[in-house]
Write a protein that binds this ligand. Structure first.
Ligand SMILES: [Zn+2]
Length: 128
């Protein structure tokens, strides 16, 4: 049985978001290609992220750069304990948008665990 495209797309998406997070919310085309190679599913995941407004495409010094506002602002992303999909904490959701599992408990557990950690860096001033 082949579940091919869908599961690999969500894995790629997860990797991209993780990579973006490690890079302070900014990913160059090169970084993405270096990580995944030039494959169609990466392009379609990126297109999807752009379409949903999760990422923005910018051109800096003739390079294509993907900007992830949520990650730049230092907002935490939650990870669904079941499917591993990322979603912004500010989305007050109770169920994973992907697999529908209950993420509320997971979130409060995370909040407790994250208390000792301080989020440094700029506060986003106002515009939301
Ligand atoms: Zn899920």
């Amino acid at each position: 049985m082949k579940r091919g495209l869908k599961s690999s797309a969500s894995e790629i998406r997860r990797e991209i978001l993780l990579l973006a997070r490690l890079n302070g919310g900014r990913l160059t085309d090169e970084a993405i290609t270096g990580r995944f190679g030039k494959i169609d599913s990466v392009a379609s995941v990126l297109a999807d992220l752009l379409k949903k407004g999760i990422a923005k495409l910018d051109v800096q010094e003739n390079r294509r750069v993907y900007l992830f506002d949520d990650l730049q602002a230092g907002l935490l992303l939650n990870i669904c304990p079941n499917c591993g999909n990322y979603y912004p904490v500010r989305d007050e959701i109770e169920n994973c948008p992907v697999c529908g599992s209950d993420v509320k408990m997971h979130r409060s557990a995370l909040a407790k665990a994250g208390k000792s950690k301080t989020i440094d860096g700029g506060h986003d001033t106002g515009v939301s």
